[in-house]
Design a protein around this ligand. Structure first.
Ligand code: ADP
Length: 258
């Protein structure tokens, strides 16, 4: 049974926000060829928080980039909502990404001259889309930054800045948010703030989140963890705890030493 069937086939916990089927990704040709992903099938259900873990070079970023339509694929297919990415031309893909995908990166990528609120609404301002006021209000309530909305990034802590970046990703109500090591630049207290916010956005607003992390503590905020090794999904854990994830990661390390 494939991962897609095990995790997405029941249909009882909501439709899929995104899915890959037999996804393969090869970089380069001939002797320099690298197989970054091989036969990956996975579904991401709506309102579910997934962490992706695995050793460096196992394909985590590549999987996220292929799922988000940021990178071309070599085999299989990727679907965002009901849309098959291969059916789109570049312009359609750009529009789909703008409408359906939110990104959060390790570096907060906020504009220093804009206030927190202006940063949150910037992508919609650029796209000429009016924010849904009620939704924006809910997102702001979840950030816990209501009394900081007029502050510029330099006047906010690292955790607060990353919460602004998360709110910016959420503001346009994307189908799915991809977060690449969102707490990588934060101390543990600020990291916990951001992870708590991401989890709240899943619980309270039904957001779908896929987060790459190397930190078992961060992964424990997710509903499930996918483990990648050598470009394949090799394991999956529901309701992870830090200890269980750490145990699983240690087995990867042990396997590498043998
Ligand atoms: P991870 O995020 O788990 O560290 P990556 O997805 O970045 O892994 O990389 C998976 C594999 O693909 C690695 O062997 C990496 O060197 C290779 N790779 C990633 N991006 C490129 C690229 N643009 N060109 C060539 N090889 C790449």
């Amino acid at each position: 049974m494939s991962v897609t069937e095990t995790t997405a086939g029941t249909g009882s916990r909501g439709a899929l926000a995104a899915a890959a089927t037999n996804l393969g990704k090869v970089y380069g040709t001939g002797e320099t060829q690298v197989i970054a992903l091989e036969d990956v099938s996975v579904g991401f259900r709506r309102a579910e928080y997934t962490a992706i873990m695995g050793p460096s070079g196992s394909g985590k970023s590549t999987l996220m980039h292929c799922m988000a339509g940021l990178d071309s694929i070599s085999a299989g297919s990727v679907r965002l909502g009901e849309v098959e990415l291969s059916s789109l031309n570049d312009k359609q893909l750009t529009l789909l990404r703008r409408e359906k995908v939110g990104f959060v990166f390790q570096a907060f990528n906020l504009l220093p001259t804009l206030t927190a609120l202006e940063n949150i609404t910037l992508p919609m301002d650029i796209a000429g889309v009016k924010p849904d006021k009620k939704w924006l209000d809910q997102v702001i309530a979840t950030t816990g930054l209501r009394d900081r909305l007029g502050h510029r990034p330099a006047e906010l802590s690292g955790g607060q800045q990353q919460r602004v970046a998360c709110a910016r990703a959420l503001a346009s109500k994307p189908e799915i948010i991809f977060a690449d090591e969102p707490t990588g630049n934060l101390d543990s207290h600020s990291g916990a703030e951001v992870l708590g916010f991401l989890r709240a956005s899943v619980r309270e607003t039904g957001q779908t989140i896929v987060m790459v992390t190397h930190d078992p503590g961060a992964a424990s905020y997710a509903d499930r963890v996918l483990f990648l090794a050598d470009g394949r999904i090799v394991d999956e854990m529901a309701n992870p705890t830090s200890d269980l994830v750490l145990e699983r990661m240690k087995r990867f390390d042990a396997a590498r030493l043998i």
